[in-house]
Write a protein that binds this ligand. Structure first.
Ligand SMILES: C[S@@+](CC[C@H](N)C(=O)[O-])C[C@H]1O[C@@H](n2cnc3c(N)ncnc32)[C@H](O)[C@@H]1O
Length: 201
């Protein structure tokens, strides 16, 4: 049997109508940190195929809004509070479209951005750190003061420096790994609270 078919979260996602097993990571992270609240405006970076979008849309409810952006097209969801943007988050025009659709600064940015892995460790780590910086820079331009950022990262040598960078821009930063992360994966998540418009230090 293939890994996918044996994987509990993969099976559960199929049964419960989630587009990806990643949905359970956001559910767990929400239970741990209480990240999203009803009525909030949320930007989901690297949103395809849409598991996090489905979950986030439930947490913010009909008075909230979730905007998902990805390089890949995302099939329309039946939740009315979800907006989809196809584009590269490193391109200024993508960010401009996000701002226009959102209509006001975001309360929270969630990022599950992941690079296409090459199998060459140094290259993969460098690309992952680059995406981390992309997510942080986008969050700094999209968030309201005191907004929050949840983001995926991968363990690498440069991560300590990135963590310090996050700490300059947020009041507090916590690091965690959900049970739903695949065994053997080096992914971790940072939850950074209370965005400070003037960096510390
Ligand atoms: C792990 S997947 C996200 C899974 C998603 N959270 C879910 O629950 O279904 C990571 C996504 O990041 C996207 N991505 C990577 N680089 C990107 C970029 N520069 N701009 C937009 N999306 C990007 C990939 O296309 C991929 O769909």
């Amino acid at each position: 049997m293939t890994y996918k078919l044996r994987d509990t979260y993969y099976k559960k996602a199929k049964q419960e109508g989630y587009r990806s097993r990643a949905a359970y990571k956001l559910i767990e992270l929400q239970e741990r940190f209480g990240i999203l609240r009803p009525g909030e405006h949320v930007v989901d970076l690297g949103a395809a195929p849409g598991g996090w979008l489905q979950v986030a849309a439930k947490f913010v409810g009909p008075s909230g809004k979730v905007l998902g952006v990805d390089l890949q097209p995302i099939e329309a969801l039946n939740q009315k509070n979800v907006i989809l943007v196809q584009g590269d988050i490193t391109a200024p025009e993508t960010e401009q479209r996000i701002k226009e659709y959102l209509g006001r600064p975001a309360d929270c940015v969630i990022s599950d951005l992941a690079p296409k892995l090459t199998g060459i460790r140094d290259a993969d780590e460098a690309r992952s750190l680059e995406l981390n910086r992309t997510a942080l820079e986008a969050a700094k331009r999209l968030l309201r003061p005191a907004g929050s950022l949840l983001m995926k990262s991968f363990i690498s040598e440069g991560l300590r420096g990135f963590f310090a960078e996050l700490e300059k821009h947020f009041h507090s930063v916590q690091r965690t790994r959900p049970d739903a992360s695949r065994k053997g994966s080096s992914e971790i998540y940072f939850f950074a609270k209370e965005y400070q418009t003037k960096p510390r230090g």
